[in-house]
Design a protein around this ligand. Structure first.
Ligand code: PNW
Length: 490
């Protein structure tokens, strides 16, 4: 294995989680229901029968979990706040739940006591159910912005004295497309999914996308106006998106298809958010009026709210092949076929424990370089990880020998180091997904992404091999002579 020592000496790193996937205690401490409680309970066939009622019981076992982080040597921990634990009904005139605030205060203080830096995601998919009922949640571009801004302000006010790293939203693409196009995630709306009774795949995801972009911007602008001067933190957003290689590398049309696919994945959000521009031209061209435009006032807000960093969630890559037929109204990928093998039959990478993920570190390096070149902000990899092949069927003693995951992390960290050394990318941190095996959304508890094995009967935690390897894999790539500030000056 090659080792490129190019990561800045102050490289941030640790592990990531999300509230609904680990906390449990959904009826405790005054928490209100979210759209994920509703989705799991009313439509259990859409989550393999699983729900987050108990999950990893992190709400009661957080001290133990933070001890694991300390044992793994983590410098930082990325977690999300449950909006409906803090404001049970979610809205700007609804009461704050002090018990919920107190829980996160304890969590933050317990992290700081261990010398671990908190990285807080405001929204990781768990919209208060009351807002969905009141005005359709993210389908209402104006209302959702105002309520999200107020929620963000409450979080800065209550936690910002100690939290200096904020992520507004996790994966707006997944929120819009899985929630409102395919219906695979809460609130499960779709007009192309037989399990869904409501929705409009041709229109709703693009409205929700706009609501998310402007809600993010409102939260950043609020931080800039009222909190940055006194608190001095940084704020960004986490975008997902695979890297796409052309199915036929010799085909001009497939090369264009790969680039178009990435514009539909990333440019949709990154052009408005990082460049204060309209959506990519290829989206406008294909989607026309279904893509709601930005007014002058909205573009001014976006200019005022440029994020400090780009949070990148990266898991895999695919091949894109152009389609001869024109796109249907429900197409959301830019009229391409997505494949895991190219024209020659070469796989994009080694299969993992879940169908959509193959290990493609070479594509990761290209992805880092492309994103930095286009959007020009320091990148923090806010998620990267995998389940091992067959891990869902393994006993604990088998699962802790997770050599596939050890290799996956090492290969992907090497890709980061090479992108920094050779492609001029500025990468300032890395968070492995995830600290614990947890509720993998519509895949239930079968698919395990953790570096810690969770026994869902006893809730006992057992570190896997990868948990203790990550620190070594990062440290062997550190360059003690340089910092992130030096990389930015190159
Ligand atoms: C992310 N895909 O979601 C989420 O941020 C995590 O909460 C989740 O547990 C993790 O990745 C692992 O899945 C994704 O199908 C879910 O391409 C699915 C996809 C990508 C990201």
């Amino acid at each position: 294995m090659t080792t490129t020592a190019s990561l800045p000496a102050d490289f941030e790193w640790g592990f990531a989680t999300a509230a609904y996937q680990i906390e449990g205690a959904v009826d405790e401490g005054g928490r209100g229901p979210s759209i994920w409680d509703t989705f799991c309970h009313l439509q259990p066939t859409r989550t393999k029968g699983a729900d987050g009622d108990v999950a990893c019981d992190h709400y009661h076992r957080y001290e133990e979990d933070l001890d694991l982080l300390a044992r793994y040597g983590a410098k930082a921990y990325r977690f999300s706040l449950s909006w409906s634990r803090i404001i049970p009904l979610g809205g700007r005139d609804d009461p704050i739940n002090e018990e919920g605030v107190a829980f996160y205060n304890r969590l933050i203080d317990a992290l700081l006591a261990r010398g671990i830096t908190p990285w807080v995601t405001l929204y990781h998919w768990d919209l208060p159910q009351a807002l969905h009922d009141r005005y359709g949640g993210w389908l209402d571009v104006e209302e959702s912005q105002k309520d999200f801004e107020r929620y963000a302000r409450v979080c800065y006010e209550r936690f910002g004295d100690r939290v200096k790293n904020w992520i507004t939203l996790n994966e707006p693409w997944i929120i819009s497309i899985f929630g409102y196009a395919t219906g695979g995630n809460a609130p499960g709306r779709s007009s192309i999914n037989k399990d869904a009774t409501k929705g409009d795949t041709a229109r709703e995801p693009w409205i929700v996308g706009k609501a998310l972009i402007l809600s993010h911007a409102a939260a950043v602008a609020a931080y800039n106006q009222s909190f940055r001067p006194s608190q001095g933190g940084q704020i960004g957003i986490s975008l997902n998106g695979d890297y796409y290689e052309p199915w036929d590398a010799a085909s001009e049309l497939d090369r264009a298809a790969a680039e178009r696919r990435m514009e539909f994945h990333i440019g949709w959000f990154a052009n408005p958010i990082f460049l204060a521009q309209d959506y990519p031209a290829c989206m406008r061209q294909q989607l026309g009026d279904r893509l709601p435009p930005f007014s002058e006032r909205e573009l001014a807000l976006l200019r005022e709210a440029r994020p400090d960093f780009y949070g990148m969630n990266y898991y895999t890559a695919q091949y894109a092949r152009h389609r001869e037929q024109p796109p249907s109204e429900t197409d959301y990928v830019g009229n391409v076929d997505e494949l895991q093998e190219n024209r020659e039959g070469t796989s994009i990478g080694a299969a993992s424990g879940v169908h959509w993920l193959r290990s493609s570190p070479h594509s990761f390096r290209k992805h880092l370089a492309r994103v930095y070149r286009l959007y020009g902000r320091p990148i923090y990899v806010t998620e990267n990880g995998c389940p091992c092949p067959g891990e869902d069927q393994m006993s604990r003693d088998e699962a802790v020998r997770d050599d596939y995951r050890v290799r996956y992390y090492d290969d992907h960290l090497e890709a980061v180091a090479q992108a920094v050394a050779h492609d001029s990318a500025v990468v300032a941190g890395y968070f492995a997904w995830s600290l614990l095996d947890n509720l993998e959304w519509s895949d239930g508890y079968g698919v395990r992404f953790g570096v810690t094995f969770t026994d869902y009967d006893t809730l006992e935690r057992t570190p896997k091999k990868s948990a203790l390897e990550l620190k070594k894999q990062i440290e062997k790539r550190l360059d003690s002579e340089h910092t992130v500030a030096d990389l930015l000056r190159r």
